[in-house]
Design a protein around this ligand. Sequence first.
Ligand SMILES: CSC[C@H]1O[C@@H](n2cnc3c(O)ncnc32)[C@H](O)[C@@H]1O
Ligand SMILES: [Zn+2]
Length: 439
Amino acid sequence: MPEAPLDLLLLPTWLVPVEPAGVVLRDHGLGIRDGRIALIAPRTEALRHPATQVRELPECLLAPGLINAHGHAAMSLLRGIADDLPLMTWLHEHIWPAEGKWVDEDFVRDGTDLAIAEQIKGGISCFSDMYFYPQTAAECVHNAGVRAQITVPVLDFPVPGALNAAEALRTGLQLFDDLKQHPRIRIAFGPHAPYTVSDDKLEQIRVLADELDAGIHMHVHETAQEVAEAVSKHGERPLARLARLGLLGPRFQAVHMTQIDDEDLALLVEHNCSIVHCPESNLKLASGFCPVERLWQAGVNVAIGTDGAASNNDLDLLGETRTAALLAKAVAGSATALNAHSALRMATLNGARALGLETQTGSLELGKLADVVAFDLSGLAQQPIYDPVSQLIYASGRDCVKHLWVGGKQLLDDGRLTRMDESALIAKAREWGARIAKR
Ligand SMILES: CSC[C@H]1O[C@@H](n2cnc3c(O)ncnc32)[C@H](O)[C@@H]1O
Ligand SMILES: [Zn+2]
């Protein structure tokens, strides 16, 4: 039987599949059929395959869509509201009061849409979200065409959208049920942090996550203070407590981890946990430094996240990846730490693995979902090009993001959003800003 035509054939100058590691294919084509990668072949061979649409991408680097493995999307509306403060002052004196006053379903809808648009424009095909009203965030993801892990936030105290943890979990379980077949949304548990969630709730989450084979996404060891307080109050480091409660495992996503002693590292390795490194948030809040090279050498999966726009203050994963690569060298005291190819892997395949999506996305491989970004490297500041991955990570900003496809659907075309109205998003964000600034 003759093969069905490709829906789309992309013809970039460089194709970086990420897996196998370190490979750059020059003058190759990538074919998409039914939302999946159906062909990767040298250009002349690729052009022999019939295709409904053929797209030349001269001087473009084609890579897997970036994966932002940690954020609080709707916090885009709180960007710049409280800068230059340490974590606990920032949270207790500014962010939590602002959230208590302003966060409702409309806030989450408008803030999440704004964040999704910013992320699409930055080449992000998939993100993880931990925020209030997760059902509203899921609707935004559904409408925008992007891919996401939406986590069900759990805290010991009342939060917008849930009077207590039991209510949050009830709503969350409904979401698991409603979206179990969704092609682009994966629900996970989001216990906020060891210092805001008690043992009984964590045990409940462990049982539910095992039953549902779901991820557990949590801020852990963000600062030295968090660890020191836990040790002085309970005589135990937070990660050790999570291990004792049975939460650690391959579905556990530990966000931040700036404090890692030998026992912590042994636990992370033993349980095959993923770490989500958020270098810019950690720098801005002076939280500490995640020892990325040490983790990498020990075989721990390290993904990367922006955190929310109120502590970063952008959702620029390409920029974050550059920061991560530079910082890893400083922290390790070694210029060979986290080279450009490894940094790109951290922002793609490692993110997919952390979110349990590595068989579906995160690399350009036959049969995987067509989550693909095209970076334009034709600019003056990217010349000359010896290694296009080096130019991408060390010499390019997110303005070089040209096209983005998620599951074969184009969400960004020549830098323009195809499904979202950029001016309307800007107008809405300004309205919220004006209302909140008047407080
Ligand atoms: C459970 S909803 C998310 C909750 O987390 C707050 N938050 C945002 N960034 C951080 C961070 O770096 N550490 C701890 N908590 C953070 C956010 O404001 C929401 O209240
Ligand atoms: Zn966070």
